[in-house]
Design a protein around this ligand. Structure first.
Ligand code: PMP
Length: 283
């Protein structure tokens, strides 16, 4: 079956989907995006993703291409046409097409593009059963990492460095030596006393929807979390490490910069939280 993309009002074959060369997303990375997981036909955290998309647009003084209601209808149509039961939907909004000039154009119409792809829960489970390795790398991003902008070059470089070292993700650290987040994930540790720690939201990280959903679930379970920055040292000496994102859900980490965490197998708390998160998604 051929994939279908939505581009500015039309459903087109994925291979033919295109925007103009003077789209400001292409020329200035003047755009924002969302990735929403779908599990067994259900969108996970849809409202959180929609709210974050609107917040990103507001922070960049970007007009919305359509109201949230119609956008949700297009999202469902993209999923239907691509027959996605479990997978991801990608939504991108840019400031639109205009002659190249840095200030906001006066009359550009925002561009809206959506794609969807299938993913496999079995493949995700296999990865979680084994655990992944991460590297650490300096955070060279800008001061507004809370905006989910398509300007992802520092994230691309971080992920590439991870890949070259055979790792799944790169955890970035700030000038104080504290971990901010992964290149496309939020970072968590469990310290030697069994306390869960993750960085509070601020301009230095993206407020992950998976992170927020897991925090809600933890509260319901009565499990305490310390919201504070943790150092690279604490990361290396943690009892457990895991990451969260829309595409990884809760993913145990078993190695950091070549150092084995715990006994090199996914920790019991991380694995338990993955289970809790999976049943939240599947019910
Ligand atoms: N941080 C960054 C930099 C990301 O790109 C992502 C993925 N969107 C996340 C964290 C995780 O966010 P979410 O749980 O909403 O996917």
């Amino acid at each position: 079956m051929s994939r279908i993309a939505y581009v500015n009002g039309q459903y087109v074959p994925h291979g033919e989907a295109a925007v103009h060369i003077e789209d400001r997303g292409y020329q200035f990375a003047d755009g924002v995006y969302e990735v929403i997981p779908i599990v067994n036909g259900k969108m996970i955290g849809e409202q959180g993703h929609m709210d974050r998309l609107w917040r990103s647009m507001d922070e960049l003084q970007m007009d919305a291409p359509m109201a949230p209601g119609p956008m949700k209808i297009v999202m469902r149509e993209v999923l239907r046409q691509n027959k996605v039961e479990t997978g991801l939907i990608y939504i991108q909004v840019t400031r639109g097409v205009a002659p190249r000039d840095h200030p906001f154009p006066l009359d550009a119409v925002p561009s809206l593009v959506m794609t969807a792809k299938k993913t496999s829960m079995d493949a995700a489970d296999a990865k979680a059963d084994k655990g992944v390795s991460v590297i650490t790398t300096p955070d060279i991003r800008w001061n507004r990492c809370d905006i989910k902008s398509v300007a992802l070059l520092p994230n691309v470089l971080a992920k590439q460095a991870a890949k070259e070292q055979g790792a799944y993700e790169a955890f970035q650290y700030d000038a104080d030596g504290n971990i901010t987040e992964g290149s496309s994930t939020n970072a968590w540790i469990v310290d030697q006393d069994g306390t869960l720690i993750t960085r509070p939201t601020s301009n230095s990280i993206l407020a992950g929807i998976t992170r927020a959903e897991l925090l809600d679930l933890l509260e319901k379970e009565g499990i305490k979390v310390e919201l504070r920055a943790f150092s690279k040292d604490e990361l290396m000496n943690a009892r457990e490490v895991f990451l969260t994102s829309s595409s990884s859900y809760v993913q145990p980490v078993v190695e950091v910069d070549g150092k084995v965490i715990g006994n090199g197998k996914p920790g019991s708390i991380s694995s338990n939280l993955r289970g809790i998160f999976k049943s939240y998604m599947q019910n």
